[in-house]
Write a protein that binds this ligand. Structure first.
Ligand code: FES
Length: 381
């Protein structure tokens, strides 16, 4: 039998009398492993180089701790509510919210990984061992295996010297603790921070630019001519039966205000499809419960934002009264409150309640009564 072939198994008495070193050797012998070299990376203790290496590892863990704490602070206190571009500065800080969370959490995770890698490289001895190919493996008793493995792990722990490196232990605890705090804070924060708690916020998810900014405000339907400064309001007689027009909100307070007029046609949740049904088709309309008076005669207004994943549903087919979304081919029936009749969309397009003002122009009676576009988990409709 060669030296590195599996050796004989000890009796229970011999096993009980063995110390840790003997058990480590025995574990190797039983597996046919011969340790050729097992050098201590720092044979002379307390050298400047060793202390430098220790500080480098601790520094990574410290970085992990600081980044983890920064993540928690940013998660709670960074301005996270949507800020429209009308306030550039507020919008700038808001727009950094997600990148800051990603960077701080990423740095924390990476710093812990670098610290652990550096520790393994600098302080854990690299053993050189030879194991011969053998068919005679894995026949040990559970007790021998358990004891030799425990001894081997304890020996590896001792040789890794973590026990006597208190600076590394403390900073590693700090880093992992801060990261753990961030991971726990993540789900907790999403229950505390409610983006919908200010339900009247016109820039929130549940409102669009059609929301009145004060009671009694008139919000007109306006077509976009290509020139944001040109205000072209819509009269019912301007649209033929079976016709469709894309309209945006307009309020007199915005007249002459280039920024506001531009924002109204650019804001993604503003476009509305104004449809005039043919008289014969209008007689077949099925109205949605609670929205019986949302139309004005043959005129129906639906958001252009698809309820599937938010593409613009820009196509209206006069012959079938179907509204088509080009992204994934969902189809909505304009005669049945734009409910989906084909494709992946599962919700009807939100309907804008409209009427005609005393001056003869079409206006919105109020904002949509449900969020437009795709679903999200707090959504009730
Ligand atoms: S976004 Fe309209 S069908 Fe997918």
């Amino acid at each position: 039998m060669s030296g590195n072939e599996p050796g004989p198994r000890p009796s229970d008495e011999e096993l009980a009398a063995m110390g840790r070193d003997d058990l480590v050797k025995l574990g190797g012998q039983l597996d046919g492993v011969e340790i050729v070299d097992y050098p201590d990376p720092w044979p002379v203790k307390g050298t400047k180089a060793e202390k430098r290496a220790e500080r480098a590892v601790a520094l990574w863990f410290l970085v992990a701790a600081l980044a983890g704490l920064a993540f928690v602070v940013a998660l709670i206190w960074w301005p996270w509510r949507y800020e429209p571009r009308t306030d550039e500065s507020a919008h700038f800080w808001y727009s950094l919210y997600t990148p800051v969370l990603g960077i701080t959490l990423g740095v924390s995770v990476l710093a812990i990984a670098f610290g652990a890698l550096l520790y393994a490289k600098k302080f854990i001895p690299n053993e050189v061992a030879i194991q011969q190919r053998s068919d005679n493996m894995g026949e040990g008793s559970a007790e021998v295996d358990r004891k030799t493995i425990v001894a081997h792990l304890a020996d590896a722990g001792d040789r890794a010297t973590i026990g006597r490196r208190s600076m590394i232990k403390r900073t590693a605890g700090l880093g992992v603790g801060a990261l753990g705090l961030g991971v726990v804070a993540l789900p907790v924060a999403s229950f505390i921070k409610d983006p919908h708690d200010n339900a009247d916020n016109k820039d929130g998810l549940v409102h669009t630019g059609w929301q009145k900014q004060h009671p009694g405000e008139i919000v007109y339907l306006r077509r976009h001519t290509g020139d944001a400064n040109e205000v072209s309001l819509v009269r019912p007689e301007e649209i033929d039966a079976g016709g469709m027009e894309t309209v945006f909100p307009f309020r007199e307070s915005e007249r002459g205000d280039h920024e506001a007029l531009l924002h109204a046609v650019r804001r993604s949740d503003n476009p509305v499809m104004l449809i005039r049904l043919r008289p014969g088709d209008a007689a077949e309309v099925v109205k949605r419960k609670g929205q019986e008076d949302f139309n004005y005669g043959d005129f129906y207004a639906f958001t252009k934002i698809c309820s599937h994943v938010g593409c613009p549903t820009s196509l209206y087919e006069q012959q079938t009264n179907r509204i088509l979304c080009p992204c994934h081919q969902s189809q909505f029936d304009a005669l049945q409150y734009a409910k989906p009749v084909f494709g992946p969309a599962t919700r009807a397009l939100a309907q804008l309640p409209i009427t005609v003002h005393t001056d003869g122009y079409l206006i919105a009676r109020h904002d949509f009564i449900e969020p437009i576009g795709p679903g999200y988990w707090e959504r009730k409709s």
